[in-house]
Write a protein that binds this ligand. Structure first.
Ligand SMILES: Cc1cc2nc3c(=O)[nH]c(=O)nc-3n(C[C@H](O)[C@H](O)[C@H](O)COP(=O)(O)O)c2cc1C
Length: 113
């Protein structure tokens, strides 16, 4: 499974290199979600599976100018030394944009006390 990490590291380097040339990119999660189909399309041999897919292209001016979505605060997504449970009382105070994600995590039972 280390190879998966290697592939994603290589992909992220490609993202950064492309960005420096004005080329945008987008990860495609479908590669793992529908991996059986992609294995066939790519004619992968036995025991080989795709772990990462990237598409590249020149962004339209509209895409380049779009406001960046609000990001999670680092303290909400970075764990240091040990895992800690999320504090949903505190999370209630964060913006409505992010509260959608928290509802989603709640539905899936992720991070519940
Ligand atoms: C692992 C991973 C898989 C993703 N899969 C898809 C995908 O299948 N289709 C898609 O349109 N975007 C996909 N994205 C891109 C996200 O939807 C999002 O546009 C991207 O992470 C940039 O985030 P931002 O809009 O907050 O800047 C994926 C991103 C990641 C990190």
């Amino acid at each position: 499974m280390l190879a998966v990490t290697d592939a994603v590291i290589a992909a992220q380097n490609a993202v950064v290199a492309a960005e420096s040339l004005g080329i945008g990119s987008c990860y495609i999660g479908d590669i793992m979600e529908q991996y059986e189909e992609h294995r066939e399309i790519l004619q992968l041999p036995e025991y080989v599976f795709p772990s990462c897919m990237l598409v590249f292209g020149y962004p339209t001016p509209q895409q380049s100018m779009r406001p960046k979505p609000e990001r999670c605060r680092l303290e909400d997504i970075v764990q240091e030394n040990t895992y800690y449970r999320r504090n949903f009382k505190r999370d209630e105070q964060i913006s409505t944009t992010l509260s959608g994600s928290i509802c989603c995590w709640r539905e899936k039972g992720i991070g519940m006390k």
